[in-house]
Ligand binder design. Structure first.
Ligand code: SAM
Length: 622
């Protein structure tokens, strides 16, 4: 059994974002690299610097100048350090790297790059590569910067964490800046990987941005609710909602329905009749995106997946255990194959090339994948089914789904999936419509009879939203919102103000849960132990002092914090200490009024899994 300190160490080690994010180039990077090299040459940034050598080389004096330059730079006096470096160079010292650092500190980036090139000619060290990476980023040449920082990481055999971190920061900036250009947020890379920062001060209640999913699928447990399988619009008709009540509804109520219940024109995939869409546009888009691969009329094995989903079981041994649908995974592989098909056709290649596969997979590289290995063994039948679906095409464009591929995609969806539903469903529009109508009372008894309809809930991958880390004291709330075309998606609203440059957090769980339940949930569902301020300054147990860890004698309860009732102290001294250390910041948390519907049906399921684990039946061993 591990004691407390060992557990704490394990917790600390449980998540290393740097090791999860690779440095492989993106498709198209070769061309971008060439373009950036041309920019360098055009601007003359790669011309060798010229230093007038002194008539007599004096290495002793040069050394002294060099030491002085280092000290000056350390103290922040870059200008004088630069002058000392130049003298040292003239006297025969080899200090191009230091002079480059001085130029960098002074914001003279092109001069810094020239000196750095000189340093590289002589010393291929990780430090020189790293310096070059920093300068190139400042010169606005991110792909070259990545190249240099990759070299720095390789040359240090991964030991230089600063170089790896800088690499990811450059990459994240290049990939996400175009997506956040009009929003008050930006994506950066921190100890927890990608993270969302406030680019400017954000006010409480401010709508920060809205986003549409890259891909989504309806959750299995809401498959009984009609919705467009592609965009998620609710397809609830008045007939379905009122059901048998429609048979003897009063004429005024009938008239209200006629006038206010939106007219829907759903269309089915004519080939398989297993997918319903809100419009021809969605049908065509779904076909383009993934249904051309997944349509059971063409792909028999895919029919088995549809049958499995129709059973609406969240946990089926050997197949599945998650709140999101396996269709969410299938649509990723389907989208990759559909894109490779298009590229092969467009580029008239004989078969798919490595570059084409990489290009088709690129949009999904934005989503981190982190979980416990062995899950694919537990779900081995599903892995085999997925392989039958995607590895059996006559055109030779096949995607082999093995355990590693399955687990990678499974955890990609598990870590990043966000639930959403139609925020402007026919029911909502109907209720809005009748709210101003003087005859609305005629329909009220029928509405009361029916209650609020169940929503069709989708799980989607949203590229920017997926960069949010979690805190139990979250600063934003995620809500359903339809885009300008009426398609369901997300909107992010500030729950609290955020200062420019600070990280903003969402919550992955119901923040009202006690600390131990929150942490257990986060670990089971997202594989990390939360270290947020609430988890640090709330207690778990009334018999243990939240501040110093002293255990109460005879298992008596310690007095609790009278405000939040979530911390227990052995003495007033401990209470005061804890208050100063950080409890005051988290004592009065306003809880979010939104929790993820994806989690709700999972709660029972999670408890079942937790019971199984407590009985010693590790999931992977089943
Ligand atoms: C939706 S992603 C958030 C963005 C992520 N940092 C990235 O690089 O893509 C969710 C994953 O981020 C990590 N994460 C989020 N919040 C965290 C936290 N408070 N502490 C540690 N890891 C966290 C976990 O690995 C989690 O599965």
């Amino acid at each position: 059994m591990a004691d407390g300190s060992e557990t704490a160490e394990l917790e600390e080690q449980s998540y290393d974002a740097l090791s999860l994010c690779n440095q492989n180039p993106y498709p198209g990077d070769k061309e971008l690299l060439d373009q950036e090299k041309q920019t360098l040459s055009r601007n003359g940034w790669n011309i060798a610097p010229c230093v007038q050598r002194a008539k007599t080389i004096d290495l002793t004096m040069a050394g002294a100048k060099l030491v002085l330059a280092m000290k000056l730079l350390e103290k922040g006096n870059a200008q004088q350090a630069l002058e000392c470096c130049t003298t040292a160079l003239q006297l025969g010292a080899d200090c191009w790297q230091l002079r480059s650092e001085c130029h960098l500190a002074l914001g003279q980036y092109s001069l810094a790059y020239r000196d750095c090139l000189m340093a590289k000619q002589k010393h291929n060290t990780p430090q020189v590569w790293k310096l070059g990476g920093k300068i190139l980023q400042e010169l606005g040449l991110p792909v070259m910067a990545e190249f240099w920082l990759r070299k720095a990481t390789q040359a240090s055999q991964g030991q230089d964490r600063e170089a790896s971190m800088l690499f990811q920061q450059v990459r994240v900036k290049r990939l996400y800046d175009p997506l956040t250009v009009n929003h008050p947020i930006e994506v950066t890379f921190s100890e927890y990987g990608r993270a969302v920062l406030a680019k400017e001060n954000i006010e409480p209640g401010q709508l920060i941005w809205s986003e549409s999913p890259l891909t989504s699928a309806q959750t299995m447990y809401t498959l009984d609710v009609p919705a467009c399988s592609h965009c998620g619009r609710s397809l609830l008709t008045a007939e379905t909602f009122f059901g048998h009540l429609m048979l003897d509804i009063n004429p005024v109520a009938e008239d209200l329905i006629e006038r206010y219940w939106p007219k829907l024109n759903p269309v089915q995939c004519k080939r398989c009749k297993r997918e319903t869409y809100c419009s021809q546009a969605c049908l065509a888009d779904a076909w383009y995106q993934h249904h051309q691969v997944l349509c059971p009329s063409i792909n028999k094995a895919a029919g088995e997946l549809y049958d499995f989903c129709d059973k609406r079981e969240l946990c089926t041994k050997g197949y599945w255990s998650a709140a999101f649908s396996p269709m969410a995974l299938a649509r990723i592989w389907g989208a990759v194959i559909a894109e490779v098909r298009r590229l092969v056709k467009k580029e008239s290649t004989e078969g798919p090339t490595v570059e084409q596969w990489a290009a088709a997979k690129a949009p999904f590289r934005r989503f981190i994948s982190y979980g416990i290995t062995g899950h694919a063994q537990w779900a081995s039948n599903m892995v085999q089914l997925m392989d039958r679906i995607f590895n059996n095409f006559d055109d030779g464009i096949n995607y082999h789904i093995d355990d590693t591929e399955f687990e990678g995609r499974f955890y990609q969806v598990a870590c990043n999936c966000q639930s959403f539903s139609d925020g402007n469903s026919p029911y909502i529009r109907f209720m809005q419509g009748i709210s101003q109508d003087p005859t609305q009372d005629y329909i009220k008894p029928y509405l009361n009879d029916r209650g609020i309809p169940k929503e069709a809930i989708f799980g989607g991958l949203f590229p920017v939203h997926a960069c949010f880390n979690h805190s139990c004291d979250n600063s934003v709330e995620v809500m359903d919102a339809n885009d300008e075309n009426g398609r369901p998606g997300l909107v992010i609203r500030a729950k609290k103000g955020a200062k420019q440059g600070t990280e903003i957090f969402t919550t992955y769980i119901d923040t009202q849960l006690p600390k131990s339940e929150r942490r257990a949930w986060l670990f089971r569902a997202y594989n990390f132990w939360c270290q947020c301020p609430r988890c640090q300054f709330e207690g778990e147990n009334a018999n243990v002092c939240t501040n110093c860890g002293t255990k109460a004698e005879d298992s008596k309860d310690f007095p609790k914090c009278s405000k939040c009732k979530r911390a227990w102290y052995c003495s007033q001294k401990c209470q005061k200490e804890a208050w100063k250390k950080g409890h005051k910041k988290i004592c009065q948390v306003v809880h979010s009024d939104t929790t993820s519907p994806l989690n709700e049906p999972m709660e029972k399921h999670m408890r079942k899994l937790s019971d199984m684990l407590q009985q010693g039946m590790a999931l992977t061993a089943e």
